[in-house]
Ligand binder design. Structure first.
Ligand SMILES: Cc1cc2nc3c(=O)[nH]c(=O)nc-3n(C[C@H](O)[C@H](O)[C@H](O)COP(=O)(O)OP(=O)(O)OC[C@H]3O[C@@H](n4cnc5c(N)ncnc54)[C@H](O)[C@@H]3O)c2cc1C
Length: 447
């Protein structure tokens, strides 16, 4: 059984089918459609992403990312497209400025020694083996507040809606954490993390599926024999040599027995389901909420960028803006300009309490100010997409807590956890997590 039909659960179920076609693979999701945070909807008669927009093209170890490989496996290799431009800017001091090139998530290899507070060779490596700190904790003292607040945090915010001073270095920048175990300066660590990147020079960093990420979801769901929607799994208990699931609403519940379970739901429902399993505790994890405001404007001239980031220190509700049809040529439509703005930073979510019309007004007003124009034209169509508790906020030592959970699960019949709650927020990380969970289950079931 696979519980949760987001990309991690779908990847797990697909892998189970591929590797063990004789098994009855059933996937449960409480929603009325699979895909979780991957969902394409319509805006002004064309596709627009309600949640995730794209995925990394390459794997950190070299070759295509797991997301690219999965898309190829379900016959969507030809539908993979790349941004026309990845040139982004940062909005500071009333203007849009280019992001500095050659940085690692906004961390420059080096800075002017006079401006660099403390990055001198010390008594040993920056981190002990396995030690974890926040990204800000490592970078602030060695590059200063300006670098963190203007570049590192907005870039991290684009992925996690998170704060540099809260996010785990090991989760957000694993290559830098590894390099920091071997280097006594941040300059050395950033240099070696950049050198360890196995990307092909000039290769596109991001990919998406033409027509929208729902195509990937639909292709995966169609490859599975038994997808059951609108069915929350409410309880998970040991039963004989396997598991018993209680499924459905409280008034209309039924039980389903399974030899093995992949649990691919966010941390809070996972912890609730695992609370009935002896000696196992879910991973404590906070989540940030975001809202995306999509605007289909009459054709409007915009700066030639894929979009821009807005540091929290600038005092706007908007934290990032994507010029969708400039970034993705397949989204271009005559007479229309597509813009998507993102609102909501971890710990500062009061902006999300606004009503949809209010949020739309705030976004239109702020985007116009950030672009230095009086106002944006009235949209032809607009939508607000809310993701309450959508993005995990990994704190230092998250990886150790996940390892402890996985170790505790080995005392039980075949069971594995997968998804963004454990192994990283990006789509490729979720796919890999689903594949690994499927392999763990098969190993436990078949030896
Ligand atoms: C707004 C937004 C934009 C993003 N943009 C990007 C991006 O551009 N690129 C990128 O790589 N990543 C992006 N991400 C992150 C990425 O989309 C997610 O981390 C990833 O999709 C999570 O997949 P998942 O399978 O772990 O979980 P989810 O997608 O959360 O799926 C979990 C599923 O479990 C189901 N479920 C929960 N509880 C139960 C239960 N008790 N019983 C049955 N079913 C249950 C839910 O209905 C859901 O379908 C974005 C995320 C958000 C929120």
């Amino acid at each position: 059984m696979v519980i949760g039909g987001g990309i991690a659960g779908l990847a797990a179920a697909h892998r189970l089918r591929e590797r063990a076609p004789h098994l009855d693979v059933v996937l449960f999701d409480q929603g009325d459609r699979p895909g979780g945070k991957l969902r394409t909807v319509e805006l002004a008669g064309g596709p627009v992403e309600r949640g995730a927009e794209s995925f990394l093209s390459g794997d950190p170890a070299g070759g295509p990312s797991a997301a690219v490989r999965l898309a190829e496996q379900v016959g969507l290799g030809d539908a993979i497209v790349h941004p026309t431009t990845s040139k982004a800017a940062v909005a500071v001091d009333g203007g849009l400025h280019d992001l500095p090139p050659g940085t690692l998530m906004g961390i420059p290899v080096d800075t002017d020694p006079a401006e660099r507070p403390a990055d001198r060779p010390g008594s040993g490596p920056l981190l002990r083996p396995g030690e974890d700190v926040t990204v800000g904790g490592l970078v602030r003292p060695r590059r200063g507040d300006l670098v963190v607040d203007r570049f590192v945090e907005p870039l991290l915010g684009g992925v996690y809606a998170g704060r540099a001073d809260r996010l785990s270095l090991r989760m957000a920048l694993p290559a830098l954490a590894d390099a920091a175990e071997r280097s006594d300066t941040l300059t050395g660590a950033v240099r070696s993390a950049l050198a360890a990147r196995r990307s092909t020079p000039g290769a596109p960093v991001f990919s998406t599926v033409q027509g929208g990420l729902s195509r990937l979801v639909d292709a995966l769901a169609a490859s599975l024999p038994d997808v059951r929607l609108g069915l929350p799994v409410r309880e998970l208990r040991r039963h004989g040599t396997g598991w018993r699931l209680t499924v459905g609403s409280t008034r209309d519940a039924s039980t389903v027995d399974a030899d093995g379970v992949v649990l691919a739901v966010p941390a809070t429902p996972a912890a609730r389901l695992l609370s009935t399993v002896d000696g196992v505790a879910g991973v404590p994890l906070g989540y940030a909420s975001v809202a995306l405001v999509a605007l289909a404007l009459p054709a409007t001239k915009l700066p030639e960028l894929s979009g821009f980031l807005v540091p929290a220190t600038e005092g706007f509700a908007v934290k990032a803006v994507t010029f969708f049809d400039q970034k993705w040529s397949h989204l271009r439509r005559p007479g229309l300009t597509l813009v998507r703005a993102s609102v909501g930073r971890a710990g500062d979510e009061h902006q999300l309490q606004r009503t949809d019309p209010d949020l739309l007004d705030v976004v239109r007003d702020e985007v116009a100010r950030l672009l230095g124009v009086d106002r944006l034209p009235d949209p032809v169509d607009a939508a607000v997409f809310r993701w309450g508790g959508g993005l995990p906020q990994y704190e230092p030592h998250h990886r150790d807590r996940v390892a402890a959970l996985r170790a505790a699960l080995t005392a039980h019949p075949a069971i594995a956890v997968a998804g963004a709650a454990y192994d990283g927020v990006g789509i490729p990380a979720c796919v890999t997590s689903g594949w690994t969970a499927a392999d763990t289950l098969l190993e436990a079931l078949e030896g």
